[in-house]
Design a protein around this ligand. Structure first.
Ligand SMILES: *Cc1c(COP(=O)(O)O)cnc(C)c1O
Length: 439
């Protein structure tokens, strides 16, 4: 099951070991539940997306933007900057983290389907490189902000190319019936282009699409690229000039379960280049600079969550089968994805070898909801018991970033481990943190 663990993880005599530190030591020093982040794995993933984009697209390589919503804190924003890639933010809060990390503003791209006037003004005031336009209101707002701060603002127009990528409905964003962007098919995108062109403060650089998340089909990305190139062609034919950029978004799938596939940069980006090149050739269009926005594919595999088992209960099902309910000291507050999207994870006992038989088990949290499930069905050793450590891999994306304080659980920390040293980069919330909000 090595494909679900980050590169610096090994197993020795049943002990999970991250960069030389064994799970029981990590638990003793940092408590549970905790997200442990394999820093060298993060850095090498960030660099490998950039390298593969540069190699596949050559002079047509745009930027890699790390999608900060997958997981962001000040330290991670620094690593992203050090890796030479850009950052995608979609709220004023994410922008504040980037600025606190002294992230190069020119390499920040601002997203969001409902950016507030304040968020737009702040972004343009500090000099973000690109704003991705998502509504007609925003065109006016961006133009007004650019005028106010005496800038010409580079923008992309977010469009929906009408593709249903094969993924869960709440993360499939590019079919037509969605809140994001402008539909190409209905003509909405064309209307927005015309509305953009009347503003001298706005420099339209090209189009953006993000067709969903956890996508494992390169074909879907190629199809999206083709539809965007068709729109670039229509633009050239109407206005006699070519727009220089496309951004094809993120969504590259990772492995969550043993045997799962993932989309690696060296697999997907050459195919993406071929798709863009062929579409451009058809229309006799110059190949635009192409940018991408991986979030999950950079941070997802780099973290695992370490829980401690609290209680274990055998429940007899109607069929007579027994299901072992294993309760851990976190749950839907640190990983909402199973209840939100039916996402699946695996887990191992991280503190010992067990030669016990495997039995039907369900890993659940400590929240007051039946749906508080970390892993719905898994085979785990029958002798699992209170005090055991359970490690759940691939929780780096949309885990801590979607964490809540449900049941007043303090949110877990993120601990980075690098070359045999572990350090907290986002501390655990305390009861004081929670009480601080009560007036
Ligand atoms: C969420 C999102 C991403 C990142 O998606 P991943 O599945 O994490 O790669 C990129 N771009 C946009 C616009 C997004 O909304």
């Amino acid at each position: 099951m090595s494909n679900v663990w980050s590169s610096q993880i090994s197993f020795q005599n049943g002990l999970l070991n991250l960069s030389g530190i064994a799970a029981p030591d990590l638990a003793r020093d940092f408590g549970t539940p905790t997200f442990f982040l394999d820093e060298s794995d993060f850095r090498s993933r960030a660099v490998s997306w950039k390298k593969a984009l540069d190699e596949s697209f050559g002079e047509n390589a745009g930027s890699v933007y790390y999608a900060g919503k997958a997981f962001l804190c000040v330290e991670v924003a620094r690593w992203v900057a050090q890796s030479g890639i850009g950052l995608d933010v979609c709220t004023g809060g994410e922008l504040a983290v980037a600025l606190a990390a002294d992230f190069p503003v020119q390499k920040i791209q601002v997203h969001g389907n409902n950016k507030s006037v304040e968020e737009i003004n702040r972004g343009i005031e500090v000099g973000v490189g690109t704003v991705v336009i998502d509504s007609l209101y925003e065109i006016e707002r961006v133009a007004a902000a650019a005028k106010k701060y005496g800038k010409s603002q580079a923008v992309l127009l977010r469009v929906t190319p009408g593709i249903e990528a094969n993924t869960h409905e709440s993360i499939a964003t590019a079919h037509e019936d969605v809140k994001f962007g402008f539909s190409i098919a209905s003509g909405a995108a064309w209307g927005a282009i015309q509305a953009l062109r009347v503003h001298p403060e706005i420099e339209l650089r090209g189009f953006h699409s993000h067709i969903g998340s956890q996508i494992l089909s390169t074909y879907a990305f190629g199809l999206a690229a083709d539809r965007l190139v068709t729109l670039l062609t229509k633009y050239r034919d109407a206005f006699g000039e070519e727009l220089p950029e496309l951004d094809l978004g993120g969504g590259y799938g990772i492995a969550y379960l043993p045997g799962d596939e993932e989309l690696t940069p060296i697999e997907v980006l050459p195919l993406l280049f071929d798709a863009v090149q062929q579409s451009c050739k058809k229309s006799n269009l110059k190949i635009p600079k192409v940018s991408i926005e991986p979030g999950r594919a950079i941070v997802g595999p780099t973290m695992f969550t370490l829980y401690e088992v609290g209680t274990v209960k055998d429940v007899v099902l109607e069929s007579g089968e027994v299901r072992k309910y294993i309760s851990v000291d976190g749950g839907m507050s640190d990983n909402i994805r199973p209840s939100l999207y039916g996402a699946e994870y695996t887990a191992v006992i991280a503190n010992r070898v067990s030669n016990s038989e495997l039995v039907l088990s369900r890993v659940v949290g400590k929240h007051c909801e039946t749906g508080d499930i970390v892993i719905r069905d898994i085979q785990l050793p029958a002798d699992i018991k209170p005090g055991d450590l359970l490690a759940v891999p691939a929780t780096g994306a949309y885990g801590r970033s979607m964490a809540s304080n449900y049941n007043h659980l303090p949110r877990p920390p993120v601990v980075a481990v690098f070359e045999g040293k572990a350090r907290v980069i986002l501390r655990r919330e305390s009861y004081d943190d929670l009480l601080n909000l009560d007036v």
